[in-house]
Design a protein around this ligand. Structure first.
Ligand SMILES: NC(=O)c1ccc[n+]([C@@H]2O[C@H](COP(=O)([O-])OP(=O)(O)OC[C@H]3O[C@@H](n4cnc5c(N)ncnc54)[C@H](OP(=O)(O)O)[C@@H]3O)[C@@H](O)[C@H]2O)c1
Length: 376
């Protein structure tokens, strides 16, 4: 990121922080900051309002995919990554972004050296609240593991998540992926969670159009709106536009939450990853030098458009997603700088011609081959 752009995003956050209106905290987890500048949107037909962009917390504490398979060791990296993740959390809020996405499996205790992402967020919230009452919207997810049966398993997993988060309710509870069986029971469990006051809104993730319609219909019978479907969606992975998921979300009034919205860091021209310098770890298997070479024309255009607005490529691709309407991207921030940069994706809009131009360049590249979760 150029120095000028870095300074611009840093001052945006400082300006924003000064303009935060505090409101009274009513309960331990009820901390409230109403932001005057970052626009909020309703999630589907629910009453929950979240910022137009959220922050993904998968990498916080994770050792399965991120962080080169290791979180902070006691001797090697004492608390270095923890401090960076905490700074990402605090900077997001300083910039007015208060929506965070986590899951019970992020930083799962089953993976060596991991620290649970929900536990980390719980501690960040607690620490922040002691200094500065702040309202955050937390989304977490139920893992549809094959040995979990019925609606009761949803409530019991949710209660465990709440305990790690140190909250009495979460804003959004999502089924992380469709189960091999028991899906009707899981949807019933979501409805129960709403009726028990444990969640404000419910959603699904990695749901195909067919499953989405079924889940929507099942909840509707109880008068409960399905708020969201969280799927992989970015400029270089536009499967939701092609498999009916985006159209069904728009038709039913279900918000599409876009995960991996910057293609796990690949569609950004930071110079970090190039054909000569591909990423390490699992991402290197997906984003090979050949693939990165094919991306160059698109990335050049993203960069060119960004320069016209004084925006970074990351901010351009996030703005492109928001411009699709009914889409809330949740990019993953590992540190304060990344979080501040994401905030700069808000408050402006690409022109219709630029949106079309970027899509047409993107269609010349085959989408990244990922796990076809939409087909589950
Ligand atoms: N429901 C699901 O099944 C599912 C699946 C995947 C993700 N998610 C959710 O979606 C969130 C975001 O997805 P994601 O983490 O897979 O991908 P992403 O948001 O597309 O990419 C995040 C990664 O990009 C890199 N990055 C961030 N800012 C950058 C910048 N300005 N310049 C260059 N690189 C930058 C960082 O990694 P480095 O710094 O290491 O490069 C960061 O961890 C997750 O945290 C999670 O909450 C959900």
């Amino acid at each position: 990121m150029s120095m000028a752009l870095q300074v611009a995003s840093a001052s945006f956050c400082r300006f924003h922080h000064r303009n935060i209106k505090k409101i009274q905290a009513t309960a331990a987890e009820d901390f409230a900051v109403l932001t005057s500048e970052v626009e909020k949107v309703k999630l589907g037909g629910s009453d929950l309002k979240v910022t137009k962009l959220g922050i993904g917390a998968w990498s916080w504490g994770d050792t399965t995919f991120w962080n080169d398979f290791q979180w902070d060791g006691l001797l090697l990296m004492p608390e270095r990554k923890l401090k960076a993740a905490k700074a990402a959390f605090n900077s997001s809020i300083d910039c007015g972004i208060t929506f965070f996405d986590t899951a019970e499996v992020y930083g799962s205790r089953l993976s060596f050296g991991a620290v649970n992402s929900e536990t980390l967020i719980g501690s960040f919230i607690k620490e922040r609240q002691q200094k500065d009452p702040t309202e955050v919207a937390i989304a977490t997810k139920f893992a549809a593991l094959p040995w979990r049966f019925g609606r009761g398993s949803v409530i019991s997993a949710l209660k465990d998540s709440l305990s790690r988060l140190g909250l009495s309710s979460v804003d959004l509870y999502q089924l992380h992926w469709p189960g091999i069986w028991g899906n009707e029971g899981y949807i019933d469990g979501l409805g129960d969670a709403v009726e028990m006051g444990l969640v404000k809104a419910v959603g699904v993730s990695n749901y195909s159009e067919k499953r989405l319609r079924e889940a929507y219909g099942q909840l509707k019978k109880r008068g409960i709106p399905l708020a969201s479907n969280q799927v992989n969606y970015s400029l270089i992975y536009r499967a939701p536009e092609e498999n009916g998921v985006k159209a069904a979300c728009d038709e039913l009034g279900v918000t599409l939450i876009a995960y991996s919205p910057i293609a796990q860091g690949m569609s950004v021209l930071t110079g970090k990853y190039t054909p000569q310098n591909p990423p390490s770890g699992p991402r290197g298997q997906i984003y090979t030098p050949e693939y990165l070479t094919k991306l160059q024309p698109l990335l050049s255009r993203i960069k060119e458009i960004g320069l016209n607005y004084g925006k970074t490529p990351t901010q351009v691709v996030l703005n492109w997603l928001i411009a699709q309407e009914n889409v809330v991207p949740i990019p993953g921030a590992k540190n304060a700088e990344q979080a501040k940069e994401f905030a700069g994706a808000l408050g402006w809009r690409l022109t219709d011609d630029e949106i079309t131009d970027l899509r047409s360049l993107a269609t010349k590249i085959n989408p990244v081959i990922g796990f076809p979760v939409e087909k589950l």
